[in-house]
Design a protein around this ligand. Structure first.
Ligand SMILES: NC(=O)c1ccc[n+]([C@@H]2O[C@H](COP(=O)([O-])OP(=O)(O)OC[C@H]3O[C@@H](n4cnc5c(N)ncnc54)[C@H](O)[C@@H]3O)[C@@H](O)[C@H]2O)c1
Ligand SMILES: O=C(O)[C@H](O)COP(=O)(O)O
Length: 531
C-alpha cells in the first residue's frame, strides 16, 4: 500500500504534486493547523505529516499518531514539534534548513530599513492625507554598527548584507570560528561588547533554554542609548514588556518584530508603540522561499518513506540514497550484532562499546551506531527503531561509546560490539562479505564464520568430543533442519561455542533435551530480522 501523507499547514501545492508524482497518497488540509481536535482524530491514518509553524505536533498529537514515521517541517524552526516525544516513538523529524534563509535575511534587512526610516508610520500618515515631512526624521545605516546575535545560515547572510550596506558588522555566536568571521568580514565579539557597541541589534538564534529571554531588562540597560532592535528569529528571545518600557523611556529608539512570544499575536506590549514595526511572522513569506521549502520537504519525506534515505533530520543522522545502498548490509550487520547481544543479555546494561575497524570506519558511523543500539534495545522493546534507540538507551543510563581503527586483520572491515553489565562483558564481531551478506566472525573472542539466519541456536560448552553428534542427532530426531553449522573454540579442551542456522525456531522441549544432556553450559534460541 502506498504511504499516506497529511499536509496540515499552508504549504505550496508544489508539495502535493511532488507527493503524488512519487506515488504517495496525500491529503491537503491546511485548515488543520488551527484545528487541533480534528488533527488528533485523523492523524493515526498517516505515515507522514508535512507542516509549517501553525501545526503543533505536541506529545498528544504524536501519541495519537500510531502509524507516523516522519514529520517534515517546510521551514527551519521546529519549536512546534515535540522532538523528544517523536524520537521516543521512532518518528523522524526533518526540516529544510536552507530553503527560506535568504528570504528571512532579506526580511530582517527590510525591517532594519523600515525602523531606521519609520517607513510604515510615514506610509500610514501619507495614506491618511497628512504630509508630516518633519515628523519622520530617520537615521542612516552607513557607518553604523550592526550587532548580529547568531551568525548561522540566516545571521551569516545578514552579516554579508550589512557589510554590503557599509555598516560595521560585529557578531556574537559561541560557535562562530575566527575563519568564518574573517570570511564574513565581521568582528567576533562577546555579547556584552555587542550590546555596548551596536546601533542596531538583530537576532538570528533558535529559541533554546540559553537564548530565551536573552534581551532582558538587564541586558537592555547595557545597550547604547538609541539602539534599534530587530527580531525575525523567534518569539520569546526578547522580554517584550521590558522592551516596551525601554521604548517608552527612549532608551531604545525603535524595534522591528516579526515573531512574538505568543502566536498568532493578537496582543503584545509592543503593539501601538511609536516606531515599532510589526509583521505577522512573514520572515519566510515569499513565493520563492515557499516553493523551495515545499519542494524540499516533499522530496525529503518521499525519499524517506520510499527508500529510507534520510536528509536534514533533527533526530537521526543523514543517509543519502547512495549511502543507503552501500551501507545497507553494514546497517543490517550492526542490527544483527545488536540483536545477538540484546537477546543474550538479561541484566542491566551499563555501557555499549562499538568499534569500527578497517573500511567500515570511513562510513556514516552515526547511522551504524543507531542500528547497533536499535538491535540491542529491540530485544526488550520491539517498538524501538533506529530513531528512538539511543534516546531510550540513554534514558536507561546506558553509556554509548565508539572507537575506530584503520587495521582490520584479514578482513577489509569489521564491527565489534561489546556490552558491559554489572556481571560481565559480552562481545560479538561481524563483517560483510563481498556477496553483501553479513556474517558473525567472533563471539566472546572465539573466531567463527557464521551465516546469519532468521532462526538460530547458540550453545556454549566445554571442548569435548560428542558435541556435534549430540546437536545433530537431537535436531534430526525432532525434525529441525539445520541449514548451517558453525563451531569455534578458544583453544583445545577449553570453552567452545556452536551456532546453528535452522529452518524454524527450535521448540522448547528440544532445548530442554539438550540442556538435560549436561553437555552444554548454555543453550539459547535466537531470532534475527533478516528481511
Ligand atoms: N521569521 C521567520 O519566518 C523565520 C524564518 C526562518 C528561520 N527563522 C528563525 O531564525 C533563526 C535562525 O535560523 P538559522 O537558519 O540561521 O539557524 P542556524 O542554526 O543556521 O543558526 C543559528 C545560529 O545561532 C547560534 N547560536 C545558538 N545559540 C546561541 C547563543 N546562545 N548565542 C548566540 N548564538 C547562538 C548557532 O551557533 C548558530 O550559528 C531560527 O530561530 C529560526 O527558527 C525565522
Ligand atoms: O522557522 C521558519 O522556517 C520560519 O519561522 C517560517 O515559519 P512559517 O513556515 O510558519 O512561515
Amino acid at each position: 500500500m502506498a504511504p499516506k501523507v497529511l499536509v496540515s499547514d499552508k504549504l505550496s501545492e508544489t508539495a502535493v504534486q511532488i507527493f503524488r508524482d512519487r506515488g504517495i497518497d496525500v491529503d491537503f488540509m491546511p485548515e488543520l493547523g488551527k484545528d487541533k481536535e480534528k488533527l488528533l482524530s485523523i492523524i493515526d491514518q498517516y505515515d507522514g505529516l508535512a507542516i509549517r509553524s501553525a501545526t503543533k505536533a505536541t506529545e498528544k498529537v504524536i501519541a495519537a499518531a500510531t502509524n507516523l514515521k516522519v514529520i517534515g517541517r517546510a521551514g527551519i524552526g521546529v519549536d512546534n514539534v515535540d522532538i523528544p516525544a517523536a524520537s521516543k516513538k521512532g518518528i523522524i523529524v526533518m526540516n529544510t534548513p536552507f530553503g527560506n534563509m535568504i528570504t528571512t535575511a532579506e526580511h530582517a534587512i527590510a525591517m532594519m530599513f523600515a525602523v531606521a526610516r519609520q517607513i510604515p508610520e510615514a506610509s500610514a500618515s501619507t495614506h491618511a492625507g497628512k504630509w508630516e515631512k518633519s515628523k519622520f526624521m530617520g537615521v542612516e545605516l552607513t557607518g553604523k554598527t550592526l550587532g548580529v546575535i547568531g551568525a548561522g545560515n540566516i545571521g551569516g547572510i545578514v552579516c554579508e548584507r550589512g557589510v554590503g550596506l557599509k555598516m560595521k558588522v560585529i557578531a556574537y555566536d559561541p560557535f562562530l570560528s575566527e575563519e568564518r568571521a574573517e570570511k564574513l568580514n565581521v568582528t567576533k565579539v562577546e555579547l556584552d561588547e555587542l550590546f555596548k557597541r551596536s546601533d542596531f541589534i538583530t537576532l538570528h538564534v533558535p529559541a533554546t533554554d540559553k537564548t530565551r529571554g536573552m534581551i532582558s531588562k538587564e541586558n537592555i540597560a547595557k545597550m547604547k542609548d538609541g539602539v534599534r532592535i530587530i527580531n525575525c528569529a523567534r518569539g520569546g528571545l526578547v522580554d517584550e514588556a521590558a522592551l516596551a518600557d525601554a521604548l517608552k523611556s527612549g532608551k531604545v529608539a525603535g524595534a522591528a518584530f516579526d515573531v512574538f512570544e505568543v502566536e498568532p499575536a493578537t496582543d503584545s506590549p509592543l503593539f501601538n508603540l511609536p516606531n515599532v514595526v510589526v509583521t505577522p511572522h512573514l520572515g519566510a513569506a515569499t513565493t520563492e522561499a515557499q516553493e523551495n521549502v515545499a519542494l524540499q520537504v516533499a522530496e525529503q519525506m518521499s525519499d524517506y518513506l520510499l527508500t529510507g534515505a534520510v536528509s536534514n533530520a533533527l533526530n537521526m543522522p543523514s543517509v543519502t540514497a547512495e549511502e543507503a545502498k552501500v551501507m545497507g548490509p553494514w546497517v543490517k550487520l550492526s542490527e544483527h550484532l545488536g540483536a545477538f547481544i540484546g537477546q543474550m543479555t538479561d541484566e542491566a546494561m551499563k555501557e555499549i562499546q562499538i568499534t569500527y575497524n578497517g573500511n567500515v570506519s570511513q562510513m556514516n558511523l552515526e547511522a551504524l551506531n543507531c542500528a547497533a543500539v536499535a538491535g540491542i534495545m529491540k530485544a526488550t522493546n520491539p517498538d524501538v527503531n533506529m530513531v528512538s534507540a539511543q534516546v531510550i538507551a540513554k534514558e536507561r543510563g546506558v553509556k554509548i561509546s565508539t572507537t575506530t581503527q584503520d587495521k582490520s586483520g584479514v578482513f577489509d572491515g569489521y564491527v565489534k560490539l561489546t556490552v558491559v553489565t554489572d556481571k560481565r562483558e559480552r562481545s560479538i564481531a561481524g563483517t560483510v562479505f563481498s556477496d553483501g551478506k553479513p556474517r558473525f566472525i567472533q563471539i566472546k573472542g572465539i573466531n567463527i564464520d557464521a551465516e546469519i539466519g532468521e532462526h538460530m541456536l547458540y550453545t556454549t560448552n566445554e571442548d569435548v568430543p560428542g558435541i556435534i553428534g549430540t546437536l545433530g542427532q537431537t535436531m534430526g530426531e525432532n525434525g529441525v533442519n539445520i541449514a548451517n553449522f558453525t563451531l569455534g573454540r578458544s583453544s583445545a579442551g577449553k570453552g567452545a561455542i556452536a551456532l546453528l542456522y535452522v529452518d524454524e525456531p527450535v521448540p522448547a522441549p528440544v532445548l530442554k533435551k539438550l540442556t538435560d544432556t549436561g553437555m552444554f553450559r548454555q543453550v539459547k534460541t535466537l531470532h534475527f530480522d533478516v528481511a
